[in-house]
Design a protein around this ligand. Structure first.
Ligand code: CNA
Length: 343
């Protein structure tokens, strides 16, 4: 595995590297959220207590319409806020900070990519998320704060038509979000340096075909406990298969990249941001991340205002053209820095 990791590190460190991720429940198991299919620990082997006719029924829209309790039992367990992101989630964020992240397609509904600070422009939540809640009959939106309050009292119902409401998580039998198809249409034509597939059994379609459809000029990497799907059935010569715990693989990779301290810094900052994990809510993360950006933007605009004031002074005191030029250069620099805060 070490030789493969070195090859991967070289690719990532190369000029204009572009990284795309395809991830699943396995990147969140170290956070304490069980995946579906791991024997003994997976959700499917622990669903007996819900008395389901078949394990997938918990995410089956027709079953939900008659019997929403099973899903709500699980929803309470999995609602964002109880869990902290893993090292792997922060590695995705680190790729964003290094300007090499191009996209992260996730099957997960735990929103931990957002919690780790990955900007939503990069994330495609292929199976939806808890971020929005709608009535399954009339489609009226319910804000997630109200939904959470109602959930404490029982199964929440639409305040308009009294039908059941559910978060915009894609159930079996429901279409995937339009964003998934729109962006994949574009991304499938692109050449990426590496496509990292991690923590997924690649058994759910259409997500499962994405690594097979990625350009042949992209090096595919599998970071999973087991070999799966296309990596087993249709391997490419350039594939880099790393069968191990994905956080363990990432730890080794960041050491090779010399990014260990950068990753640790992000993890520590993330922990501080999520001061009280027990009460922290999904909407807070977005707000806190936005607040961070606003503070940065405010600093930039204050610096700009200062430079403009200096420039005005220079102009009114009729200093030489050179000093005005220097000030303009100073302002341009601040504007460029300001651009960095937008994504
Ligand atoms: P899956 O079918 O349960 O497969 C998980 C894969 O990850 C398996 O191949 C495991 O061997 C592997 N794995 C588990 N832990 C690790 C680890 N620490 N390091 C490396 N590999 C690991 O889950 P998929 O995501 O492939 O299936 C898609 C389903 C799962 C989607 O519809 C999700 O909504 C659904 N799901 C999501 C979550 C979540 O949001 N965290 C949890 C459980 C299920």
């Amino acid at each position: 595995m070490d030789a493969k990791l070195k090859e991967l590190a070289t690719l990532i460190k190369g000029r204009d590297a572009k990284v795309i991720f395809f991830v699943g429940a396995g990147i969140s198991t170290n956070c304490g959220i069980p995946d579906f299919r791991s024997p003994k620990t997976g959700l499917y082997s622990n669903l007996q207590k819900l008395n389901l006719p078949f394990p997938e029924a918990v995410f089956d829209i027709n079953y939900f319409k008659k019997n929403p309790k099973a899903f709500y039992t699980l929803a309470e367990e999995m609602y964002p806020g109880k869990y902290l992101p893993s090292k792997f989630h922060y590695f995705i964020r680190l790729c964003q900070e290094k300007n090499i992240l191009k996209r992260c397609y996730t099957q997960n509904i735990d929103a931990l990519e957002r919690v780790a600070g990955v900007h939503e422009d990069f994330i495609v939540e292929a199976h939806g998320s808890f971020a929005k809640v709608h009535c399954i009959k009339c489609g009226t939106e319910m804000d997630s704060v109200t939904w959470k309050k109602l959930m404490k009292k029982g199964i929440p119902r639409c305040q308009k038509c009294d039908s059941y409401v559910k978060p915009d998580i894609v159930f079996f039998g429901e279409p995937l979000p339009a964003k998934f198809f729109e962006l994949w249409e574009k991304d499938r034509k692109d050449d990426f340096t590496v496509a990292i597939v991690a923590g997924t059994s690649l058994e759910v379609y259409p997500f499962a075909v994405l690594p097979a459809e990625i350009s042949s000029r992209t090096t595919r990497v599998l970071m999973n406990r087991e070999i799966c799907a296309d990596f087993e059935d249709c391997p490419r010569k350039s594939d880099l298969v790393m069968l191990a715990d994905c956080d363990h693989t990432i730890t080794k990779l960041v050491d090779l990249l010399g990014w260990h301290d950068d990753l640790e810094k992000l993890i520590q900052e993330g922990k501080k941001l999520i001061e009280s994990p027990g009460t922290f809510a999904l909407e807070d993360t977005t707000i806190k991340n936005e607040e961070k950006k606003v503070t940065k933007a405010e600093k930039t605009s204050k610096a700009l205002a200062k430079k403009v004031a200096e420039a005005e002074k220079v102009v009114s005191s009729r200093k030489t053209d050179n000093s005005v030029d220097d000030l303009i250069k100073g302002i341009e620099k601040i504007e460029i820095k300001g651009e960095d805060t937008k994504r």
